[in-house]
Design a protein around this ligand. Structure first.
Ligand code: HEC
Length: 146
């Protein structure tokens, strides 16, 4: 057992001499983007989390109706065209939801969770032209209340 551990450590050291180690050194930068937040190819506004904290959930509720979200989403956990959104912030991160709202058409191609939903629901979410700096924080503040 001990010798096995030692062997593994030695093997790691040997591997580290090769290109594997250079890859490891790069890892922190590459991993800065959390996969649970969705693909980095969709840019979310800088300071998004802060702006959600300051945003008005009531304004978000009005946007949820005026932007047409309500046509496809229940506020309960019952599915309509899309999933019911009750408790959605417990299963998705805020940056992930931001990306889903800004570019659903990219999410269903690049994000594993969005792909799964599309496969199950067989309807793609429509891009509702949500403004990233103004409308998005309010919508997310509203979703947080569900
Ligand atoms: C045409 C119907 C439709 C409209 C309009 C729509 N959605 Fe969706 N939404 C969906 C579907 C369907 C999915 C699941 C992913 C897929 O199949 O594309 C989804 C997924 C989501 C999710 C992720 C839900 C989960 O359980 O992970 C969120 C959050 C969301 N939509 C928010 C919104 C908001 C906010 C709006 C309005 C700006 C909106 N949607 C407008 C159909 C729609």
């Amino acid at each position: 057992m001990v010798s096995q551990k030692l062997f593994l450590r030695l093997a790691l050291i040997v591997l580290c001499g090769a290109s594997a180690c250079a890859k490891q050194a790069d890892a922190p930068a590459a991993a800065a983007e959390n996969p649970a937040d969705g693909p980095a190819s969709i840019v979310v506004p800088a300071g998004l989390l802060d702006s959600i904290g300051k945003a008005d959930a009531k304004a978000g509720e009005a946007l949820f109706i005026s932007k047409g979200c309500k046509a496809c989403h229940n506020l309960t956990d019952v599915k309509l065209v899309g999933p019911g959104l009750k408790g959605v912030t417990a299963r998705r991160s805020l940056p992930w939801m931001a990306r889903m709202i800004l570019h659903p058409e990219v999410m269903v191609k690049e994000d594993p969770e969005a792909k799964k939903m599309l496969a199950a629901l067989m309807t793609p979410m429509a891009n509702q032209n949500v403004q990233p700096d103004t409308e998005l924080p309010a919508l997310l503040a509203f979703l947080k209340t569900l």
